[in-house]
Design a protein around this ligand. Sequence first.
Ligand code: NAD
Length: 480
Amino acid sequence: MSQSAQEANVESIAAPKVQAAFDRLEAAYRRDPVPSLRARLESLRKLKQLTKDNAEAISEAIRQDFGHRSRHDTALAEIFPIVQLVTYIEKNLKGWMKPERRPMPATFLPASAKIIRQPLGVVGIVSPWNYPYNLTAGPLAYALAAGNRVFIKPSELTPRTSALMNALFTEAFGPDLVAVVEGGPEVAAAFTRLPFDHLIFTGSTNVGRHVMRAAAENLTPVTLELGGKSPVIVHESFPVEKAANRIVFGKLINAGQTCIAPDYVLVHESKRDALVDAIASEIPQRFPSLAANPDYTAIVNDRHRERVLSLVRDAEQKGARKIEINPAAESFDNGAGKMAPVLLLDVRDDMKVMQEEIFGPVLPIVTYRTLDEAIEYVNARPRPLALYYFDYDASRADEVLERTVSGGAVVNDTLLQFAAETLPFGGVGPSGLGAYHGPEGFDTFSHKKAVVKQAKLNAAGLLSPPYGERIDKLLKLLMR
Ligand code: NAD
């Protein structure tokens, strides 16, 4: 059987299964379309509790899926943020659920206006492998808070974590509230064709296009949390050691497999060598060894490791200078899937490393002569998910923020825009569409219904035909 015939076959087997799970969720929604605040808080409590109770098991599943995943990377980036996020939602949910009064235009007084936020119905979540728990449980928390039923398709590249989430969520919530289907692109394709009331996808920009196309058939609204090349700009006045410390943190957590990791650095030409030296000495301080170091995460699988290594080879062949940082001079050929961090100097646009999202521990360093040139460099490329700017001058920082468009931004640090759960998280243009986190997360999974209530005594009849001179006079008055 050809590969496409095989895929079609898997898809035709998967389709009835995903359809049945979806139908069950939809029937449950029709029976109980507006879960109470209490029921939603109970779901959130369960999610928080199962996250805490199973922290070790989740960490171990991810570790096995990655070959090696730092236990602390998992605690800091998957477990703790979900506990914190759910706590934040619990504190705010009652307020978010309240009808929101809006002013009524004076012409129509004493009628009143408000917005009612309603559950949408059945929400689909397609999640990636790089933070498989956080990027599934985060959207789940918001979708449940907004009163929806949820169907999840986690990544096939982290199968142990996906199976664990399936078991944990099914047990905690039951198939009338949360269902999980495991499987690869074929299952994903059948999944995204379902007539969801909302679909949130976290993954690559390319697959995002397929998802949006499939959703368009049902006019299903989508939130797309995508990737791209997130730049760092370091101003020449900023201490390079401080910048190096935050860049290395943001780049090497999860070995660079982070959607908002710094992808490349723009540094003033007079400070390039100082910054490179600072990064090269920062890494051994954080990671005195790599291959044998439990703090340093592996690349998720051989295919991805080979992809990242080939970006480096391609750049080298085209004239880039490679600085590999391997503090304990270890070998990485033992099949454990790790690779040493690499800095690339003298990179050019024709190198693949400057075209694709890197998603690994490789950091190209680009120089600029003026800040305008750095801003122009960013603006000439697809709008990134994140931008990091290092500068203590607040007005210059404001100018950079104003003149560049990115999903989010951090001044003088990295990654914190995701960690601050009060802020909406999402991309712009090719880095994404829509957002969750913050109150915006609740809105993403709610229908905001505009409601007007007419007063018992009102003057609406004055605006009815027969129009004639009376209405002309009235309109003249209103438009004064
Ligand atoms: P991916 O796009 O390959 O896969 C993501 C999910 O999509 C998986 O569950 C996969 O099974 C599914 N999928 C595959 N083919 C599909 C299809 N035709 N239709 C529907 N779904 C399909 O992404 P990945 O490799 O898992 O993750 C890495 C990418 O995700 C990077 O580009 C990264 O920047 C991005 N990312 C973005 C965010 C964010 O929040 N913006 C977070 C993490 C990762």
